[in-house]
Design a binder for this molecule. Structure first.
Ligand SMILES: Cc1cc2nc3c(=O)[nH]c(=O)nc-3n(C[C@H](O)[C@H](O)[C@H](O)COP(=O)(O)O)c2cc1C
Length: 207
């Protein structure tokens, strides 16, 4: 069994929902799982705190613990929940990743399995580019990227408005953010967590 960290940033709750399903799925397979939120930035709080949807989603997450560098080091596998910002990762995630230079320098993140869940407002607003660009620092860390296979995710071949790509699970929040993750989106998030944990456990067994 693996130690799995599910760490995420979520302004409006979509990624939070996907992250909770990821946690539950890995726990159901008896992996040891931590769910941890990436800290909010003051500038973002200032920009969004006039929005009810933001305030409601932040309140819903208020009991979640914040991720630490020790959590990154602890994990055998890491699932990241990363909503898009202009086709790329949010500053909150970048800032946290940029504090991990010491772990990188000591090779402490090498050979950890990892995968990414994303969310966008629009169908073509960065579903794939956010995952692909977010992989870059993870590759520098020496992590082993795990995506979503067509074989294990029939949703990838369905003709429906839902998220998901071979790069990883995702959800489309809708232009006004009012859509919720589909059953298929949530299933794919759960399967990614289980796959990352299985790969992580396999790597551990060879050490
Ligand atoms: C500053 C900013 C930039 C964004 N850029 C994009 C974008 O490029 N494409 C897109 O589809 N959605 C964009 N969004 C919408 C977010 O990706 C969306 O709110 C998020 O995926 C919802 O996930 P959450 O509920 O977990 O926060 C942006 C939102 C903000 C606040």
């Amino acid at each position: 069994m693996a130690k799995l960290l599910v760490t995420y940033y979520s302004s409006y709750g979509h990624i939070y929902e996907m992250a909770k399903v990821a946690r539950n799925a890995a726990e159901a397979e008896n992996h040891e799982v931590k769910l941890r939120k990436i800290p909010e930035l003051e500038a973002a709080k200032k920009a969004m705190s006039g929005q009810d949807a933001y305030l409601v989603a932040q309140e819903a997450q208020s009991e979640e613990k914040e991720v630490t560098l020790a959590d990154l080091e602890w994990a055998d596998g890491i699932v990241w929940g990363i909503p898009t910002r202009f086709g790329n990762m949010p500053a909150q995630v970048k800032q946290f990743i940029d504090t991990a230079g010491g772990l990188w320098a000591e090779g402490k993140l090498e050979d950890k399995a990892t995968g990414i869940i994303t969310s966008t407002n629009t169908l073509h607003g960065g579903q794939e580019s956010t995952i692909l660009s977010s992989m870059l620092p993870l590759i520098h860390f020496g992590m082993i990227f795990v995506g979503s296979t067509y074989g294990q995710n029939p949703e990838l071949s369905e003709d429906k408005l839902q998220g998901g790509s071979p790069y990883g699970p995702s959800t489309v929040a809708g232009p006004d953010g009012s859509k919720v993750p589909t059953e298929g989106d949530l299933n794919m998030a759960g399967r990614l967590a289980k796959r990352v944990a299985r790969v992580a456990a396999g790597i551990q067994s060879t050490k």
